[in-house]
Every structure is written in C-alpha cells, then in structure tokens.
Design a protein around this ligand. Structure first.
Ligand code: C5P
Length: 375
C-alpha cells in the first residue's frame, strides 16, 4: 500500500463492506447511520436525538463494543513548567466524529492463560467507488499506515484493562480487539480516547463495580488527555490536562483535519517550547464567549515549536486557509492541523479538494456532544 493511495482514503459510511474476519467490525464502525445509537436497552441513551453520540456502545452478555472518538484542541496555552516535568496547561478540547472501535470479550480460563489478550489493526476505508457502486473496507497490516500498534502494556488500552483488574481485584480474562481509524502521533488523542473507552467499557462489562468519579481519577493515571474522554463534548482542561470543566452548549463546528505523512512526539514538541513572558490565562469572560468568538480565539502555543521541528506544518495551515477554511491551526502537539468550515458541505468539499493535493490524510468531521451515559 503506498502512501499516495492511502491519502485517498477517508472515514465515512460504507454499509456493505465484505471482508472476512473484520467484516462485522468494520460494518459496525461504518454502517451506523448518523442518527442511530447502538446500545442495549439497559444502557440509558445520551440525549443526542439530532447529533452523533460522543461514544457508541453495544453490549451483549459476554462482550462489549465501544467506538471512541478523537479530539481537537481549539485553544492551548502553556502556563509554565512544573516541578514534575509536566507543563501546566489551559486548553479547550472538543471531541470529533472520527472513531476507533474496541471490542472486549470475556474469556474462560480454558481459552486463555493471560489475563489480557490484546490485538490491534489499522483499518481504513476506501472511498466510494463510483464505477461499481461497490463500497469496500480495507484492513491494513499493523505496520501501516501510521506505524506499529503495540499489544503489550505500552498500549494504553492494555494499561486501562490492567488498572481495572488491579482496582477491583476481579480475577477474569479478556480478549480485546482494537481497530484503529484515528491516526496516531497526530495530536488527535486517539490513544487517550481508547484508554478512557476501554476503562469505561470493561467496567460496564463486569457490572460497573467502579463509580464514575473513581473512573475519572483512574484515567488521569493513564495520560494527561485521558480524563477529557470520560465526558467528551467540549471542555476546558487545566493542570496537566486532567482537570476538566465541560463547556455545555458549545458551538457546533465543522472541520477539515489533515494528518501529514509524519507524526510528532508530544515529548519532543514540549521540549522545544520556549515560553514567552506574556503568557496569559483565559478569564471567565473569554471562556464563556469562546463558543461565539472561536474564530479570533483559536490558539495553540505548541504550534511554533512544532513548526520549528517540522516546517511542513506551516504549509499545511496555509493550505487550509487558502482552500476556504475560516481559520486553521495545529491540534495538540501535532502533527495534525484542522481548518474550521462554514458547513458540513463545505468541509466535505474542501476535504475532497485537499485529498488530491497529497499533503496528508484528510478527514471531514464535526464536534460531538457530551457523553451522558451514567454509570
Ligand atoms: O501525559 P502524557 O503521557 O500524554 O504526556 C506525554 C508527554 O508530553 C509527557 O511525558 C511530557 O513530556 C509532555 N507533557 C507535558 N505537559 C503536559 C502534558 C504532556 O510536558 N501537561
């Protein structure tokens, strides 16, 4: 699979994938109509009648599937460096409808000697093939397109399951399949969403022994961005990123996201940051009106060090601006950048134009509501 071909892939609804092995999974990721929620009647549904849900669930007796979203940072200021080596942040994150899929299945002792068995695959979807009207999904090898996916405790999904078992003392075995559509080392929070989704889903699969507040606390041990994915929606996140406050009724925004052909490590971007003296905290007023004034409020302090490491990022932001986006910037520590569009139609049109420019993997998406499924 060469890079240029992958660039033509994007995420969308492709109901009739026909691929042995992952057929069912891909179908579920891709065929869920926009307005349909997949969940058992025992799970109270989020009040998202006219919107895509933040996370999607399907629960059976011995198995649970969850689709976990990505995020964008609409604002990111670094307030200073802390004694523990982390940076004090003030960031506004919004969840977007680009999903990975995680399936967790209870195993008997005969089926597995390990407590946690994890398998991972990149999946990507071929664009609608007009000539045949055939809609196909494509499963890529683990080394494509965004690098290896570890299946041991260096994967946050594995660590989330480990934390659940050590927290509860439950002696059980699980098989976890992780199907990834969200690009990695991209500033999109894919792995963080996977970690939060796994912890919440495994808890649910074993009868919810851990309460929501404790789940929230445990997610902070998994990574700075992970707590955001417990509630999703749009939130202001402080501290390392783990102190979240929901920004309810936030504007519905439409985006074009580009993940360049390279990723950036969070650690290395932070290490290149030189903080100016004029760092300012958001005040209550500016947070309150961020949803209305987002155009002039978009900001990312990490963009400059990321551009220093990878000047192509400046070019991608310029391309997004020139293609008609209202405003654009990098998300998180990069490497992905996003442009804000007037409408879903404009986002799709711009995404299609940009795909032909071969500057990266291009997605059109929108932000998502809060996750209101109680524990
Ligand atoms: O918490 P997480 O594992 O996502 O952080 C990855 C790296 O990013 C940290 O090791 C640290 O170098 C940097 N980081 C930081 N300040 C934060 C979040 C992350 O310096 N608030």
């Amino acid at each position: 699979m060469n890079r240029l071909r992958i660039a033509e892939y994007h995420f969308g609804n492709f109901p009739n994938t026909n691929l042995s092995g992952f057929n069912l999974l891909i179908k579920r990721v891709l065929s869920t109509p926009v307005l349909e929620l997949v969940a058992s009647p025992s799970v109270p549904l989020p009040s998202t009648k006219n919107e895509k849900p933040f996370m999607r669930w399907e629960i059976q007796e011995d198995q649970i599937e969850v689709q976990t979203p990505a995020k964008l940072n609409l604002y990111l200021e670094v307030l200073g460096k802390r004694d523990d080596g982390f940076h004090e942040l003030e960031t506004i994150m919004t969840a977007i409808d680009l999903y990975d899929l995680i399936r967790i299945r209870k195993l008997s002792r005969d089926e597995s000697s390990e407590q946690i068995r994890l398998s991972c695959k990149w999946i990507t979807v071929k664009r609608f093939d007009k000539s045949t009207s055939e809609k196909r999904g494509t499963v890529l090898g683990t080394d494509e397109p965004f690098g290896d996916l570890p299946t041991d405790k260096s994967n946050l999904v594995y660590r989330a399951a480990q934390i659940f078992f050590s927290e509860t003392g439950i002696d059980a075995r699980v098989d976890i399949e992780l199907l990834k559509l969200i690009p990695s080392v991209a500033g999109l929070g894919g792995a963080s969403g996977n970690a939060a989704g796994t912890l919440m889903a495994i808890n649910r699969l074993f009868g919810s022994p851990v309460g929501k507040q404790r789940i929230f606390d445990l997610t902070a041990e998994l990574g700075s961005d992970v707590p955001f994915f417990v509630n999703g929606g749009t939130a202001i996140c402080r501290g390392r990123g783990e102190k979240t406050t929901q920004l309810r009724s936030f504007a519905k925004l439409h985006f074009v996201v580009i993940r360049p052909y390279f990723g950036l490590s969070t650690k290395s971007v932070f290490s290149k940051l030189e903080l100016p003296n004029d760092v300012e905290q958001l005040n209550g007023q500016s947070i309150q009106h961020f949803g209305e004034n987002w155009k002039s409020s978009l900001f990312n302090r990490l963009q400059e060090p990321a551009i220093f490491a990878a000047p192509e990022i400046a070019k991608i932001i310029e391309t997004l601006n020139q293609s008609g986006c209202i405003a654009s910037q990098m998300t998180g520590s990069g490497s992905s950048c996003f442009g804000v569009c007037e409408s879903p139609e404009q986002a799709k049109t711009i995404a299609n134009q940009l795909r032909s420019q071969r500057i990266g993997f291009v997605y059109s998406c929108q932000n998502l509501p809060d996750f209101s499924v109680p524990f």
